[in-house]
Design a protein. Structure first.
Length: 47
């Protein structure tokens, strides 16, 4: 599932798997997306 956008072009994503039965939140980010404060914004943005 695609969730809230952390920064331009980088949304939170949610997936499920056997190892994480409640699901796993992840952000798939390449080097050229997101600003200088990306990680601070990620922790402040609800998934």
């Amino acid at each position: 599932q695609i969730g809230a956008q952390i920064d331009t072009g980088v949304p939170w994503c949610h997936t499920t798997c056997e190892a994480a039965p409640d699901g796993l939140q992840l952000a798939l980010k390449s080097g050229n997306f997101g600003g200088d404060a990306f990680f601070a914004r990620a922790f402040a943005t609800p998934a």
